[in-house]
Design a protein around this ligand. Sequence first.
Ligand code: HEC
Ligand code: HEC
Length: 294
Amino acid sequence: MRARAFLGSCFAVVLGWGALATACGGTASDDEAAAQRERDRQQAKDYYVQRVHPTLTNCVGCHGGTAGPRIMAAAAEESYATIERTAGLIAAPRNSPLIQYQHKDPAIAVGADQRNVLTQWLSLEATARGLEGAIEKPKTVTDAYKQFAECMNFDVWTFYRMGDLPFTQTDREGPCLGCHSTGQGSAWLSAGARETFDKTRSFPYIQKLVVGKLDERGSFEGLVASGRFIEKANEQCPKEAVGCHPTYGLPPNITNAIEGFVDTTLQNLAGGTCNSGIVVPQREAGPTDGGDGG
Ligand code: HEC
Ligand code: HEC
């Protein structure tokens, strides 16, 4: 509580952040923490503007003033401001009506992609604003790998059939597990699904799934999908080279498995739902009909 009031009083006076020390009389690390919070809030807002708002077209179609409470707007910045002014919407993912609200009309629901970006965004907001249920932001990439590893869930791994990846054939040199069954090239792909899962949780193998992203100041910002298993297939082999990696093309279901597993785990991490596994309503769940176009 004290800390929050203290930060609040700083924000009023900070223009350039050189002024911070005198204005608040805090220590260097307090100043740095306040500046970091400000950057975190900006980052969260940018995420809304760039990633979330463009996916909310249907929501905005009603909530921009046509139907239901006016909690959004057509323009991203204005929409952000409107959401921010509506009490309770910006909250940790599991508490926010933006994700949790069930419309009276059951046909109106938050889609899987919308849920994904809303979860990531609200988690950034919750952390930046110190809201209840916020996930502690890792300070280093090592911490982040540890968090990701702890969040990796074997049910999710199985759900996406990640166990099929090691059996994928290369064009001429057999399946991945023929060479990677004890972690060659820092890629662990063995016949045992559980073993591959356990190894992939640890460094350096985990980097084949996620890597740290740096912000423009060069400090650690967060984890993103690395797509190494997917990208490796696109590596060019110079004509004169010897000993290039065997060529392969991953079948689409395997590519989807990797992306699905990594996205779901990042989302679970952001939403604090690592143990419950699949939180995304399954894509293409239920009967599909090519008929009325919704
Ligand atoms: C077809 C119009 C329509 C669409 C599309 C729509 N909503 Fe709604 N929404 C409503 C209406 C009407 C209400 C009022 C209560 C109800 O009908 O459930 C509402 C209520 C809400 C509430 C509760 C607000 C409050 O103050 O009680 C939230 C939150 C919400 N919608 C979020 C969303 C989100 C997020 C989306 C997009 C995934 C969305 N809505 C899409 C019409 C819509
Ligand atoms: C004939 C043996 C062989 C087979 C089969 C094989 N690999 Fe490799 N792989 C290697 C070797 C050797 C390295 C280390 C040298 C390199 O990076 O090319 C490696 C490295 C890798 C790396 C890590 C290096 C990086 O750039 O991140 C990935 C990822 C990888 N392989 C994916 C695969 C996948 C996926 C398959 C199956 C579709 C596969 N490999 C099949 C031999 C093999």
